[in-house]
Design a protein around this ligand. Structure first.
Ligand code: NAD
Length: 266
């Protein structure tokens, strides 16, 4: 399977090139980065810390989509939306890890998925996707008037969106378990005289600093007891492994919008 990596010079991009190169049955079919980037024209595998392959970083995503079987995309929301259109036009597999997409952009992915096989997951790690399933289950069991749900996340200081896509995914899992709409119940920040906590809301708290890869805790705070479901990623490799696994899973699948839970069968 030929896999192309858009944003191949990025932190995740290099990791994805590495993971693709070492996965049996997969080869790095090409890579792009932002036009004007100093990495354009450099060797894709060399900048990922591997041997030179002669495959050079390009800035033409259409040519990449046409040349490969699947494209893995950990870039930025506007770039990802453009890539999804190209996936729809070429009918290719598009694995999306980019976070920070707006609701409108997520709706546009559904349109692109009519002719492309898209796997979109705010977090590609197996452990986090298990946490999504557990959170949904716990939220369905606990009464919303007695269990207060708070989601705390911490990431490295370079992260540009907040709360993290994973924190929002955990919020969506909790809301799904409760049979409510996250947008209607989420509290994304608190400052000053906020008044008492409203029953049924789902709160988010964001921490940023250092080189933290990604920590998430969902707290179910009840009277007299507290349940906490925590996931801590210590290496970005888990996200890259999940993304390559998703690309392989998608081979031969009908067009549609899939999640990592589909890939893992949970
Ligand atoms: P990064 O800034 O290191 O890398 C992003 C790369 O994309 C850069 O090289 C940038 O030049 C490139 N890029 C931007 N626009 C582009 C375009 N139009 N065409 C081609 N390349 C373009 O960031 P990162 O830490 O690698 O994270 C990238 C994204 O992945 C973020 O949204 C992050 O939140 C997300 N992420 C998701 C997961 C997951 O499991 N789903 C895990 C980690 C990071």
């Amino acid at each position: 399977m030929k896999i192309g990596i858009v944003g191949c010079a990025g932190r995740m991009g290099r990791m994805l090139v590495n993971e693709t190169a070492k996965t049996a049955g997969c080869e790095v079919g090409g890579g792009t980065d932002l036009a004007g980037s100093p990495f354009i024209g450099k060797d894709v595998t060399l900048i990922a810390g591997l041997e030179e392959s002669g495959v050079l970083v390009g800035d033409d995503p259409r040519a990449l989509f046409e040349a490969v079987d699947a494209v893995i995309d950990f870039t930025a929301p506007a770039a990802t939306m453009n890539h999804a259109k190209l996936a729809a036009e070429t009918g290719k597999i598009h694995v999306i890890g980019t976070t920070g997409l707006s609701n409108d952009q997520k709706a546009e992915l559904k349109v692109a998925a009519k002719t492309a096989t898209i796997i979109f997951a705010p977090n590609m790690s197996v452990g986090v996707n298990l946490a999504f399933a557990l959170v949904e289950k716990v939220a369905a069991i606990l009464d919303k008037d007695t269990a207060d749900i708070e989601i705390v996340e911490m990431h490295h200081k370079h992260k540009v969106d907040a709360p993290s896509g994973t924190a929002l995914g955990l919020g969506e899992a909790a809301a799904k378990g409760r049979g409510v709409d996250l947008d209607a119940v989420s509290v994304r920040s608190r400052d000053g005289h906020t008044g008492a906590r409203e029953n049924g809301t789902i709160g988010f708290a964001t921490l940023r600093g250092g080189d933290v890869v990604g920590d998430h805790t969902v707290v179910f705070a009840c009277e007299g007891e507290r349940i906490e479901i925590t996931h801590k990623a210590s290496s970005r490799e888990v996200f890259a492994k999940g993304a390559v696994r998703a690309a392989k899973w998608a081979e031969g699948k009908a067009p549609g919008l899939y999640s990592m839970r589909d890939v893992l069968g949970i």
